[in-house]
Design a protein around this ligand. Structure first.
Ligand code: AFP
Length: 337
């Protein structure tokens, strides 16, 4: 009995999981696993910083310089730097691009075969009120075929279907990391006592339908008629009615949608006629995860993953969730177009 306990496997860390997944990959060299472990390291560091956000803020009240004589920085800038540093050491990340950087940044020369695009701290305006925030990332193989010799914007502008991995970290009541390399969606919880992400759920499947709709209804007046009619239907007896859930932090809203099903909508509005969310580091990675979990993401006209990007920071409407919900929404959009 004692021997059984000693050999029994009690948990799988994210590093082990990534290595196992890559081992089955015919051309794997280990470089990709090394890159992903850079992201998980950054996630642990950012998680620690987010957990101390209130404390850092108090220290910052003394002025711009804290009691240690250090310059106070906004948490999203710190998160950006953390990811940049963790990926910089890897040697195989050629270029990074992020919400916090105007232009893509070259980390290593031709040896860096990957491009990592990320939103370091999505929903950061929620930190002050202690609401969940997150990090979102998308990884591509570097494509220099469009390099114009001046900047690297063109060589990072790849369509969502070319992502080789994507994921997010939600800094919520616990810190959860979810990733895909195109072979299912896997979820890990950070065990703060040992500092490791431990496997919580393998091959996550989004429920085929769900009774939640998630949208900022403050923008109701500028929603297209099809969206309004769909949302009206969600509130009917025939629908259930559905329950409304909206956190205002994409990672947290998507995390719930992934686990519970339903639909998340951020349509075009008068204030954001192209939509508010960013294609390259919000919609694309979320769409890849949704598809791998059996859901779908569209902009109301086409699948997010089929969109051709035109600029690094471009915005898009985003509708993501259970396939049956998206199909119903599409019927309303088509009817009222
Ligand atoms: P912040 O990073 O400025 O907090 O924005 C968060 C976000 O990009 C995304 O995470 C939310 O889904 C969306 O904005 C919420 O936008 P509204 O406040 O307009 O509903």
């Amino acid at each position: 009995m004692a021997a059984e306990i000693a050999t029994e496997k009690t948990f799988v860390t994210v590093q082990e999981h990534i290595l196992t997944q890559q081992r089955d990959h015919p051309t794997a060299t280990g470089a990709f696993s090394w890159l992903l472990s850079g992201i998980t390291l950054a996630a642990r560091i950012i998680s620690a910083k987010v957990r101390r956000a209130g404390i850092l803020e108090v220290l910052g009240d003394a002025g711009d310089v804290n009691v240690h004589g250090e310059q106070q920085q906004k948490l999203d800038i710190l998160a950006n730097k953390t990811i940049e540093q963790c990926l910089g050491y890897r040697g195989n990340v050629g270029i990074i691009a992020s919400e916090e950087l105007d232009e893509p940044k070259v980390l290593t020369g031709s040896s860096g075969k990957y491009v990592v695009i990320f939103d370091p701290l999505d929903g950061s305006s929620n930190i002050d009120v202690n609401v969940s925030v997150g990090t979102i990332f998308a990884i591509f193989e570097r494509d220099t075929s469009n390099f114009n010799g001046i900047d690297h914007v063109a060589d990072v502008l790849q369509g969502g279907r070319r992502q080789v991995a994507a994921g997010y970290v939600v800094y919520g009541s616990s810190t959860v990391l979810t990733y895909t390399t195109g072979r299912g969606v896997h979820m890990f919880t950070l065990d703060p006592t040992v500092g490791s992400f431990v496997l919580a759920q393998e091959n996550v499947v989004m429920p085929t339908n769900g009774k939640y709709f998630s949208v900022n209804e403050g923008n109701w007046n500028s929603f297209a008629r099809g969206i309004q009619e769909y949302l009206k239907w969600c509130k009917t007896e025939e629908a259930g009615p559905y329950s409304a859930r909206y956190i205002g932090s994409l990672v947290a809203d998507f995390h719930r949608t992934l686990l519970r099903g339903g639909i998340f909508l951020y349509p075009a509005t008068a204030k954001a006629p192209q939509g508010k969310l960013r294609l390259m580091y919000e919609a694309n990675p979320i769409a890849f995860l949704a598809e791998q979990a059996g859901g779908i993401a569209t902009d109301g006209k086409q699948e997010i993953l089929d969109k051709t990007p035109h600029s690094l920071h471009e915005r898009t409407p985003l509708f993501v969730g259970s396939k049956s919900e998206l199909a119903r929404l599409q019927r309303y959009l088509d009817e009222w177009d």
